[in-house]
Design a protein around this ligand. Sequence first.
Ligand code: BGC
Length: 808
Amino acid sequence: MKFGHFDDEAREYVITTPCTPYPWINYLGTEDFFSLISHTGGGYCFYRDARFRRLLRYRYNNSPADVGGRALYIRDGDDVWTPAWMPMKSTLERYECRHGLGTTKIQGSRNGVTAEMFYLVPLGETAEVCRLTLTNESSVVKTLKVFSFVEFCLWNAWDDQTNFQRNFSTGEVEIDGSAIYHVTEYRERRNHYAVFGVNAPIAGFDTDRETFLGLYNGLHEPEVVLEGAPRNSLASGWAPIGSHCLEVSLAPGESRDFVFVLGYVENPADDKWEQPGVVNKQPARALMARFSETAQVEATVAELRDHWASLLEISTVESPDERLNRMVNTWNPYQCMVTFNMSRSASYFESGIGRGMGFRDSNQDLLGFVHLVPERARQRIIDIASTQFADGSAYHQYQPLTKRGNNDIGSGFNDDPLWLIIGVVAYIKETGDFDILSEEVPFDNDEANTATLFEHLRRSFHFTLENLGPHGLPLIGRADWNDCLNLNCFSETPDEPYQTTANREGRTAESVFIAGQFVYTAPDYADLAEYMGFAEEAGAARKHAARMEGAISEHGWDGDWFLRAYDFFGQKVGSRECEEGQIFIEPQGFCVMAGVGVDDGRALRALDSVAERLATPYGIVLNQPAYSRYHVELGEISSYPPGYKENAGIFCHNNPWVMIAETRVGRGDRAFDYYKRIAPAYLQEISEIHRTEPYVYSQMVAGRDAVREGEAKNSWLTGTAAWNYVAIAHHILGIRPEFDGLRVSPCIGAEIPNFTVTRRCRGALYRIRVTNSLKHGEPLLKVNGEAAKGTLVPYAPAGETVDIDCET
Ligand code: BGC
C-alpha cells in the first residue's frame, strides 16, 4: 500500500495521510544547525552536536510515538485542532506533507481554515525558520487563536534525560516582546542561548510546561489552549517551553503569513550581558530581523533550492526507469549528504547521544558525497586521520564537537585503518588532489606527533600486516565491519558490552573479510606510494596483496564460497562444516570486488552460492542458517533473534558489495536485480510491510527467518546510502573516476536499453550516451566522435565538455 508519491519535478516526497506505518522524517540544515522533522511535525534541532547542543527535547521510544519537540495548535471558536495532525490527532479535511531537499511543508485543513507550515534552515543561519500561512477558505470571518509550542532541552541531551535532581531547578527564560529566550545555565559557563520568536505582536505567551499543559495532561490536551487564554507563565526550574499566542482575524478568502524563528545564538565570553543579569540579545534581534518579512523567507528558500540544484546536477542519469532516475538524481545523493552531516548521531533510531562519528562509517560515507562537496570531504579526511593512533590503529568513534577520539569505545576494530585508505583513494580519484597526501596530520590529535597523510595510510596498511594470525589472515580484534562478530569477547554476563569486553586474550581469531578488504585496497595504495616516489613500498604492497590472496585461497575458501573467519579456537566461521552460520555475505562481496577468484571461477561460484542461499525477494541476508541460540564464542551476532540485524537480517549496507561483485564478473542483470530489491523508490507499494520512508535506505530489513520479514529499521543514517550510490553510479551505470581518467563501463543487463549520464568531474563536463545493446564483451567508446581505445577516458581540462558514446 502506498501512503504518498514522488513529485520528481519538485524533488519532494508527498505524504498524503498522517497515518504512515512509522514516522517519516526529513532533515533540515546543511552546515551547523540541523533539525529532524517528521511528517507530523515531531522531532528536534541542535547546533553542531546532537548531544551537547540540543535545543529541543524529544522523547525517544515513547508511546504514542513521535510527540514532543514542536507543535502548533489552532483555536477556531471552541474548536481546537492541530494542523500537522499530531499531537491531537485532529480529523483533517485535507492533509499533506511534502518532504523536500532541506525543506518540509505540512498542510492541514479543517472547517474552512488551512494552515501550512513550511520549515527550513536557511543557508548560513543557525536557526529553524517556519513560515506559517493561514488561509480562510470559508465564507465567514474567522477569528482564530494560534498557539505555538516548543519544549526546550537543557542543552546536554544525555544529562537532560537523566539528571533530574539538578535539572528540575536550573531552567531559566527571558521574554522580550514576541521573543522567548531559553537561557538555562547562561549565567554560568554557557555563552549560548536559544531564541524562539515570531514576527508579529503576541497576545500572550507561556514558558512553563506544567502551566501550559497541566501536570497530568499530554500534549494533545494543553489546558492553556483548551481554555483559549495564555497565562504568561515564566519558567523557573522544571521544564521551560516556548509558546506564543497569536490572535488572527481572517476575512473570507484572506491569507496571512507569520514567520517563526527558532535560533541558536552564541555571544563572545566578554559580551554576554546587555546589563547585569540581562542577556545580550543583539545577535538574536539581528537574526529575527533577517526574517521579519515573508519575502525574506522566500529569498532564502530560493537560495536553498539553488544550492541543492547545483549539487545534484554534478551527476545525473536519464533512463526509461523513473524509479532509477529518482534514486540516482535526488534521493540517494540527498541521503548521502545527510549521512555526511550526521554520521550515526541523530535519527529516529539514533538518539544523538550515542555514537557520534564512526571511523569506518565516516570513511565509507565519504564515498557517497565526495563528488558533491570535495572540499568538505578533504576536511573530513583530515579530521578522521587526526584521530588515528601512531601504530596505525584507530579510535572506533569520535565526537563531532571536539573531533577527539572516544575513549569509552577505544580502538581494536581491525578493519578500521584500511577504510582510511579507501576514503582517501576515493577523494583523490574524484579531485586529483594528490597534495593532500603531503599534509601534516597529527596522531591522536597530538600536534607534537604528526606525519604526512600518506604516512598515516602507510601505517594503516602495515597495521594489517603486523597483525596477522596463524593462517596469515588478518586478526579480527574486537570485530571487523561486522560489529557483532566478537570472536574474543566470550561474554556470559549481561550488561557487558560485546565489543569492548574481551574475556580471552589471544592472537588467533582471523577475518577473511579484512583479508578481502586488504587485497581490494592494496593496488590503489601501491599506486599512491608510487606517486609519492616510494617505488619500493609500492612493490612490497603488491607482493603483500598477492600473499594475502594466497592466504585467502589456501585458508579462506570453503569449496563453494569464501569462509568468514577463524574463531578464537581456530574453528571455521561461515563454513559448511558449521552447524549454523555456514555462509556469510561480507567475504563473498569483498573478496570478489578485490578480484579474488575472478580468473578461476571461484568468484562465480561464491556469487552463485549467495544467489542460492542468501538472496531473498527483500534483499540478501547476511548469513545462513541464522543462529538459533547464543554462541558465546561468536558474540553479539548470535544474540539477535533469527532474521534481525547481523543475525541473518538483510543488512542493506553490504548488499551493494555483491552488486559490485556481480558487475566484476559481468552479470549486470543480477546486479541490477539486487539493486532494485532494496532501493526504496521500488518499495513504496509495500510500505505497510517495509514501514520506513520510501525515499531513503534503511540499515536493515528483517530477513527470511524473522517473524516480521521485510520490515525495515534504522532508516537514514547508514553506510547503505554511500555504497548503493557507488554500486549504481560507479559500477552498474558504470561511470567512475579513477586516478587517470573517467572509467565508462556500464554493466546493467538487458532491462535498461539505453540511458544518458551527465557527470562533472575535475571541472569538466562529461555527457555520456549509453546504448546498452549487450553485444560486446568490453564497451565500445567514441569520445567526441572519435573511436577510443579501452574504457578509460582521460580527464579533460576544466571547463571543457566531453561527449561520449558508449555501446555495450
Ligand atoms: C555500524 C557499522 C557496522 C555495521 C555492521 C552499523 O550499525 O554503524 O559500523 O559496520 O553496523 O555491524
